[in-house]
Structure formats: C-alpha cells, structure tokens
Design a protein around this ligand. Sequence first.
Ligand SMILES: [Zn+2]
Length: 86
Amino acid sequence: MRVTVKEKLECYNCGEVDQGLLVYHHLVPIMKKYNVSDMRGYSQERRMREIDKCICLCQNCHAKVHRELELSSRMMNQDVDYSIED
Ligand SMILES: [Zn+2]
C-alpha cells in the first residue's frame, strides 16, 4: 500500500500544511523502526522506506490519534465481568 497524501505534505486528517506542525505517524506501530525526525544522516532511501509506513498528520491530529489509541487499548484490556449473578 502506498499513501500518496504524504507526498503533498499536509495533514491527512485536517489538511494543515504548516511544515513546522507536521509529523509522520506510523500506521502500524509494530512496523516502526525509527522516528522519521530522528533519521537525519540516514540515506534518503532508508528515510523513504520508513516514511512509506506513515501518514502525515499535524501535531494536533497526531495527539488525538494517540489519545484514541490509548483509550481503545485501555478499553480492550478492561476486565469485564460477564458472569450472571443469580
Ligand atoms: Zn491535522
């Protein structure tokens, strides 16, 4: 799968184009090897390989996505007692 939106460098969610606010968000956290912003000095090819796993989001939307991920993982890990008491 190739996401072409990030080539335009705007927030995938709200369309923000301020470069200072944009971050790369890994779609599949388990595939994340590096933070793209920590990859200065790496070859363009390695950076592009990492960017290929990401979508572009502004810091606002990125924070929201992470908050929702955290909430949903907390909900999934919740101990729910389904036993029926008589
Ligand atoms: Zn946004």
